[in-house]
Ligand binder design. Structure first.
Ligand code: HEM
Length: 308
């Protein structure tokens, strides 16, 4: 966060906890420093207007907590896909806390009977050579989390033209496309954190956690943990071809996302439509990001279609 003359210095935890931070982008540098020094760290919630919680930042700890609902249980009546976005009109759906035994069916959307390609092509045809807003003008009919996911994937392509070109050249390689879908989900991580309640006193990362305290499991920090992913900040479409550790973007364990497969199908169809259309998707202005500590997405993402 930029400092003003005369202003008090702001700590990494305050930066992490402040919705304004995310309007400028996820503070990966803060997350890296905190993960390295204090992988389970107290956030007092003041800036986000939330109760205090322990932020859990390491991949292994986040995955372990998600796997143990008897120790870390979902928070009653919590909004699906994380706390409500602040400073944005978009909202989530309330759910009960039951949890299911459903498992994440794994990566590939390949072989699915659902054919989303015509829909993706129709959406893409809304983008011409003039500036169009991907969020309000193209993906506006999608539920918010899905919209954030597809926009994050498109953004990965326009921000990495060399990878965009490589994927287009490797368009026939199903394994590479499946991996690219997973890498978009990891790199972007549309739901940045999920919360749990500590059911019984326990320890994590050497820190004693008391019954009734909240933990914020930072999926973004886990997905960018350099103990697990080589050069986690880079968007490398082939990362999952050779069996990298699976990302946590859809959660893990009993409460894993039930829409994960459908989300992958949509994302894959959109990538294919982008790769197949002659010309090139490019940014047409400054993106406006969501001001949220929980959801990673855009308020506006101006794009246009450049001729070859
Ligand atoms: C396509 C539409 C989607 C539907 C219908 C859907 C539905 C659900 C449902 C019902 C759950 C709760 C499962 C339970 O409590 O038993 C869930 C969890 C979750 N979903 Fe989705 N989802 C969708 C898309 C997405 C997308 C695009 C993402 C982001 C990549 C996402 C990320 C998550 C995460 C992280 C959880 C775990 C929450 C937790 O552990 O507290 N979902 N989803």
């Amino acid at each position: 966060m930029p400092q003003r003359r005369g202003a008090l210095p702001i700590s990494d935890t305050e930066v992490l906890n402040c919705p304004d931070t995310y309007a400028r982008g996820v503070p990966y540098d803060c997350l890296d420093r905190l993960r390295g020094k204090t992988p389970v760290v107290w956030l007092d919630g003041r800036f986000a207007g939330e109760p205090g919680s322990w932020a859990v930042l390491r991949y292994t700890d986040v995955r372990r907590a998600l796997s143990r609902p008897e120790l870390f249980s979902p928070i009653p009546l919590e909004t699906l896909h994380g706390p409500v976005v602040r400073g944005s009109a978009h909202d989530g759906m309330p759910i009960d806390t039951g949890g299911t035994a459903a498992d994440d069916g794994g990566g590939a959307a390949a072989g699915t009977p659902i054919d989303m390609d015509p829909q993706a092509q129709a959406l893409l045809s809304r983008i011409g050579q003039e500036s169009a807003d991907l969020i309000t003008g193209v993906l506006n009919e999608m539920p918010e989390t899905l919209r954030n996911t597809v926009a994050g994937g498109a953004y990965a392509l326009v921000r990495h033209p060399e990878q965009y070109a490589r994927l287009r050249a490797g368009r026939a390689d199903e394994t590479l496309l499946d991996s690219a879908v997973e890498e978009m989900l990891r790199w972007w991580t549309p739901v940045m954190q999920v919360r749990r309640l500590v059911r019984r006193s326990t320890k994590m990362g050497g820190v004693p956690l008391r019954t009734g305290e909240q933990v914020a499991l930072w999926l973004t920090a886990a997905n960018h943990d350099d103990e697990v992913y080589v050069q986690p900040g880079r968007f490398l479409p082939e990362r999952f071809v050779s069996g990298s550790e699976r990302h946590l973007s859809f959660g893990h364990g009993a409460r894993v996302c039930l829409g994960g497969h459908l989300a992958r199908v949509h994302l894959r169809a959109m990538i294919l439509a982008i790769l197949d259309r002659p010309g090139r998707l490019e940014l047409a202005g400054e993106p406006v990001r969501l001001r949220s500590t929980a959801r990673h997405g855009f308020e506006h993402l101006p794009v246009r279609w450049a001729p070859e």
